[in-house]
Design a binder for this molecule. Structure first.
Ligand code: TA6
Length: 294
């Protein structure tokens, strides 16, 4: 080993049984810390050194088989919401135990983790391959890759349903969606167009913005930071805060936790759903970073 490797104390990776005795990785790089639970391949924590965590995780989240984790980055696949005939909300990828395939961790460098959704009947066993790459450095990068190895078209929705930690939702604003059409869930999925420069929160907001590939900025004055959500391979951005009533109705979410979170989710939902011909694959990428509020 050369001097750098001998002298470097980063990255540090620990594989342990975390909450609910669920296997997870704890990662510390020279820039940040992160946690990935194999249940749902769920990133439950990301924190740049010297800053508050970027991701929100509910204090009331379940860590149980067949239950989604509330917070972090739930992987929504192969459907978003609860289409007719489906038993579970937001697909099944987030409630399955994924397989840890590979960890790359060069001395003093970023850590890359590769996970795979085990073959399952719903995906015709090994004909639809789903992998997830997480790269931890000064930012958090995640990529969901779906490959169609079957002999027929495969149609699906995907979404990285990211929960961000904010200081006070009343002062938060989300920029980057002006002029974009959206489906307004609290208004019965009415189709509207965003006319404001920024989205603010004073009631439940649950909007699926369509046909947009823009990055989105979350301005958070109380934590004096802007979180940037960059994406690739995504035509939809969903913005959600449950507000008071829905927060109270969620058993795995604290009554007042709506004050300290906002979801900005990147994927392909509703009319943006994807169809892969045999042999095709799709990549959905996000890059989450933060900077001081200017
Ligand atoms: O983020 C949009 C949304 O579809 C909301 O309608 C709300 O249901 C949220 O996802 C959380 O869903 P979950 O199944 O995790 O409770």
């Amino acid at each position: 080993m050369n001097d750098t490797q001998l002298n470097s104390s980063f990255p540090r990776i620990t594989f342990l049984e975390g909450r609910g005795d669920m296997p997870m990785l704890e990662i510390t790089t020279r820039w940040s810390t992160a946690e990935i639970c194999l249940h749902g391949a769920h990133v439950t924590h990301f924190k740049p050194h010297g800053e508050p965590p970027l991701l929100f995780l509910s204090q009331c989240s379940r860590f149980e088989p067949y239950a989604p984790i509330r917070g972090g980055i739930p992987i929504i696949f192969p459907w978003f919401g609860k289409p007719a005939g489906q038993s579970s909300q937001h697909g099944f990828a987030r409630i399955r135990d994924w397989t840890l395939k590979e960890i790359q961790s060069p001395a003093d460098g970023p850590v890359t983790v590769r996970l795979a959704l085990p073959p399952c009947e719903e995906l015709s066993n090994a004909e639809i391959i789903v992998e997830y790459l997480v790269l931890v450095d000064v930012a958090l990068n995640a990529e969901l890759i779906v490959r169609n190895n079957s002999m027929r078209d495969f149609s699906f929705e995907n979404c990285l349903h990211t929960y961000f930690s904010v200081g006070d939702i009343h002062t938060v604003s989300v920029a980057g969606l002006k002029g974009v059409e959206y489906l307004d869930q609290p208004a019965g999925f009415a189709r509207r167009t965003e006319t404001d420069d920024v989205i603010r929160f004073a009631a439940e907001v649950d909007r699926a913005y369509l046909n947009t590939t823009h990055a989105v900025d979350i301005h958070d004055p109380s934590l004096n930071r802007t979180i940037r959500v960059e994406k690739a391979g995504s035509n939809s951005t969903v913005v959600w805060n449950p507000w008071m009533a829905k927060a109270k109705a969620l058993s795995d979410f604290g009554d007042d936790e709506y004050l300290r979170m906002v979801c900005v989710e990147s994927g392909n939902v509703a009319e943006n759903r994807l169809t892969l011909a045999p042999g095709q694959s799709a990549s959905l990428k996000i890059k989450l970073s933060s900077a001081a509020l200017r």
